[in-house]
Design a protein around this ligand. Structure first.
Ligand code: AMP
Length: 209
């Protein structure tokens, strides 16, 4: 099964992706995670992407499409993928359709995790991540990860000004993908303003898993 996860930053895409990986063994590809690793390792890609990410702007399409073209051909994707944070523009969505059709692997669904902007700002500014296992938690977790005990930290782009810009960028560049996938009958919306487990129950039902 090949799934695109759509939704504003902080809607809970990463959390739902982690659950899908755990339950169904799909391969999770998060362009944000790949870019953050590239920045941390100071690779050429990381150096090119960093300033855009710090401002909450999108990294240019060519860089992201090249990155995904390579990633989606790796052997671990054969059983199915969950694409988290890609595509984010119509150009990327068209490129993805081409990539998948070359690989003979159709897209099954574009799952939209839907949450109101006000809820997002609160969620993102209090979001914390684990440096060791990638667990997505919140400020209420304290300094240590509830899953593995690793150090919890705040992403550089989870400050209020950058969050607001990321939401604007989402509305302008990424929200049009909702109509794009509606048009090809792939859109599956779920209400993301509930607990992660409640949302996941709906995801499983909506995707007939
Ligand atoms: P995320 O972790 O998905 O919220 O992504 C963090 C940041 O990485 C975004 O604000 C963008 O700067 C960049 N990014 C991630 N995925 C993409 C993409 N598909 N296209 C352009 N920029 C991206």
């Amino acid at each position: 099964m090949n799934i695109v996860l759509l939704g504003a930053p902080g809607a809970g895409k990463g959390t739902q992706a982690a659950k899908l990986v755990e339950e169904y063994g799909l391969c999770h590809i998060s362009t944000g995670d790949i870019l953050r690793a590239a920045v941390a390792n100071q690779t050429e890609l990381g150096q090119k992407a960093k300033s855009y990410m710090d401002e909450g702007e999108l990294v240019p399409d060519e860089l992201i499409i090249d990155l995904m073209r390579e990633r989606i051909q790796q052997p671990d994707t054969v059983k199915g993928v969950i694409l988290d944070g890609f595509p984010r523009t119509t150009t990327q969505a068209v490129a993805l359709d081409t990539m998948l059709s070359h690989l003979g692997r159709p897209l099954d669904a574009a799952l939209l995790v839907d949450v109101e902007p006000d809820v997002i700002v609160k969620r993102l500014t209090s979001r914390r991540m684990c440096r060791d296992c990638g667990h997505i938690g919140s400020v209420s977790d304290g300094q240590n990860c509830p899953e593995c005990g690793g150090e919890m930290y705040q992403r550089d782009d989870d400050n209020e000004a950058t969050v607001r810009n990321r939401l604007e960028v989402y509305e302008t560049s990424t929200a049009p993908l909702i109509d794009y996938y509606k048009g090809s009958d792939k859109l599956v919306p779920v209400d993301g303003d509930r607990t992660p487990d409640e949302v996941f129950a709906d995801v499983e039902k909506s995707l007939s898993l």
